[in-house]
Design a binder for this molecule. Structure first.
Ligand SMILES: Cc1cc2nc3c(=O)[nH]c(=O)nc-3n(C[C@H](O)[C@H](O)[C@H](O)COP(=O)(O)OP(=O)(O)OC[C@H]3O[C@@H](n4cnc5c(N)ncnc54)[C@H](O)[C@@H]3O)c2cc1C
Length: 584
């Protein structure tokens, strides 16, 4: 057996593996990073309809232009047939360009435009070639077989290399980015399946299907078409000029009850689908798609979460850590964003000397993986539930979004924000991606979270007296405080911040925080929070904070967003007192 050593070995060259390896190498070029990929060359994969939420990660990796010019159909939204009627309803990402929303939340891209519908063999190959160009080493045709452990820590991996020779490779960290396969997660026995989402997907690719604007938008601005059936739903995705991906999702239980083979059920349901069947009438099914040797595919579509996404010497990212459901096309976005966070966690822990702080970083990574999936999961559960009113689905999205996004939006627009991938995890993940290349911070322009991210850039130079970070808060609402990590404004690292979670009283479950905001607090926030108790209106709070010396720029910017959030949650009234209104 040959022995070699790397700082990081990544198992799997999908979106998660390539993102993790590239981001690490980009910010720590001196580190040795190796990807093991069991496929020998470009390979077929499911997961073709992407969300704009992943764009900032591609930009930080430096691969955005390559993807954007590769000829993939641009995607600007989704069209659905689901609900009480067979009317098509639409999601358009461009509706998300609400100025107020972007201003209120630092970290959103300036404009939310499009993603792509991709042929994964090509998309993943671009990512892998890009990783190579960034100095990542790659072993193709090499399958990880088992982790190597010493004293409870993963210190390497046993693998079969491209010539099927056994090799033992040692590393500082082993990253499981092996997708659903979950090579390491299975060894660690950390994967937990969601009993409510055990589906199966059956799919194929067609050439020569005519374009239908109502379902798939314009050829230059495409949409995914999601079409419900009696037993589940179809996706209909243009992944190239003349190729559509068509898939049926149904429950494992239903497939079993029918006694049919997946392909038989697929054909039967397709023939019954009044919207899609006519489009495929003269189309040709592609046999041997992307060199897979197959013309028809099935895949288990089970939702799961790792109870731990990291441990001594290892981490999991992408599908290897969590998979929700295909309904909102969130998988590849979660893979990019999760791997971006894994890279930042690793880069930070390499600098961190304190053992306790390292442990806190990885605890936060576990939490991040869980939280990143929460909103998609809540909406997926609704989709498969009994209430088939589209408006109710959008309303659920609003409940989830309004808890952290202090902007008045319609139910439908809230739903579009989720379906663009802009969920609560976004603020945790990517606020720094945009900031990394931003102009030097100017306090007067700072939105809410920049006040946190910019802390170490001297923003508190003008800090005033007030409660310190360890002071107890006095709030009329029940809450918990905790330390979480955010990307710092520079240096590709995470920095700790304090988070306040407000708890709601639920008659059945007692106190819970399922839909509550997760606020990050700086020292100024603490001053403002300390003033809320017993003070009724935002106006009063701002006036009192000014008296305590909180700078005017902070009160005009971050404080307003913060107080709006509190108002939305009913912690304080947004009304100005009558006297002040009269004076205005
Ligand atoms: C039915 C269905 C439809 C979906 N539709 C969408 C969609 O429209 N949009 C979307 O965003 N997501 C979708 N997804 C999810 C999407 O497929 C995944 O979330 C995404 O591919 C995860 O990326 P990843 O990098 O984590 O893993 P993967 O893309 O699975 O990559 C893992 C890589 O690891 C390699 N590997 C595995 N085991 C080993 C080993 N032992 N040694 C070495 N290499 C190994 C594999 O060859 C592979 O290249 C769908 C999923 C399903 C099930």
């Amino acid at each position: 057996m040959r022995k070699k050593s790397w700082d990081l070995i990544v198992v799997g060259a999908g979106p998660a593996g390539c993102t993790l390896a590239t981001i690490v190498k980009k910010h720590a070029p001196g580190r040795r990073v190796l990807i093991l990929e069991k496929a020998r060359g470009p390979r077929h994969h499911i997961g073709e309809s992407l969300l704009p939420g992943l764009v900032p990660v591609l930009k930080e990796m430096g691969v955005f232009e390559k993807i954007d010019t590769a000829g993939f159909p641009r995607k600007i939204g989704a069209n659905y047939i689901w609900g009480k009627t067979r009317e098509v309803w639409e999601n358009d990402f461009n509706d998300v360009n609400v100025k107020e929303m972007i201003e209120r939340r630092g970290g959103f891209p300036e404009k939310i435009e499009y993603a792509w519908q991709v042929r994964r063999s090509i998309y993943d190959e671009i990512l892998l070639q890009h990783a190579l160009e960034n100095g990542v080493e790659v072993m193709r045709g090499a399958a990880a077989v088992s982790p190597v452990e010493r004293a409870g820590r993963v210190v390497g991996v046993k693998a079969l290399d491209g010539e099927k020779r056994a090799v033992s490779l040692s590393c500082g960290h082993l990253a499981d980015c092996s997708g659903q396969n979950g090579f390491l997660s299975r060894f660690k026995k950390v994967r937990e399946y969601n009993p409510k989402l055990k589906n199966v997907a059956a799919y194929a690719y067609y050439q020569g299907a005519p374009w239908k604007y109502r379902f798939n938008g314009h050829p230059d601005k495409t949409k995914i078409f999601v079409c419900s059936t009696d037993c589940g739903w179809f996706w209909y995705i243009p992944i190239a000029k003349d190729i559509v991906s068509v898939g049926l999702v149904t429950s494992q239980a239903h497939l079993k009850d029918t006694g049919l083979e997946p392909e038989e059920l697929f054909n039967k349901e397709l023939a019954r689908c009044a919207e899609i069947a006519p489009l495929l009438k003269n189309a040709r099914r592609i046999e041997d798609f992307d060199g897979s040797g197959q013309g028809f595919f099935t895949i288990n579509d089970w939702s799961y979460l790792n109870v731990a996404a990291s441990g001594p010497g290892w981490l999991a990212a992408g599908d290897a850590a969590v998979f929700v459901d295909p309904i909102l096309s969130s998988g590849v976005t979660l893979a990019h964003v999760g791997a971006h966070r894994a890279a930042y966690t690793l880069l930070t822990q390499w600098r961190e000397k304190n053992e306790k702080s390292r442990a806190a970083l990885w605890r936060d990574y576990d939490l991040f993986c869980r939280e990143s999936a929460e909103q998609f999961l809540a909406l997926a559960l609704f989709w498969y539930g009994n209430d088939r009113r589209a408006e109710k689905w959008w309303g659920r999205a609003k409940e989830l979004q309004k808890a952290w996004l202090p902007v008045e939006m319609s139910d439908h627009l809230s739903f579009v924000t989720v379906s663009a991938g802009l969920t609560r995890f976004y603020e945790r993940a990517l606020t720094a991606a945009g900031l990394a290349s931003a102009e030097p911070l100017r306090p007067k322009d700072l939105p809410f979270y920049v006040s946190v991210l910019g802390r170490q850039k001297g923003l508190e130079r003008a800090a005033v007296g007030g409660p310190g970070p360890d002071d107890r808060l006095a709030l009329p609402h029940p809450f918990v405080e905790e330390i979480v990590y955010f990307p710092a404004a520079e240096g590709a690292r995470l920095q700790p911040a304090k988070r306040v979670r407000f708890l709601k009283r639920d008659p059945k479950k007692g106190l819970n925080d399922a839909l509550n905001p997760r606020l990050v607090v700086t020292r100024y926030h603490l001053i403002v929070l300390g003033l809320i108790d017993g003070v009724r209106t935002t106006h009063d709070v701002l006036a009192a904070a000014a008296e305590r010396g909180v700078p005017a720029w902070w009160l005009r910017g971050p404080a307003r967003s913060f107080l709006t959030e509190l108002s939305i949650q009913g912690v304080l009234s947004a009304r100005r007192p009558a006297a002040a209104r009269g004076a205005a």
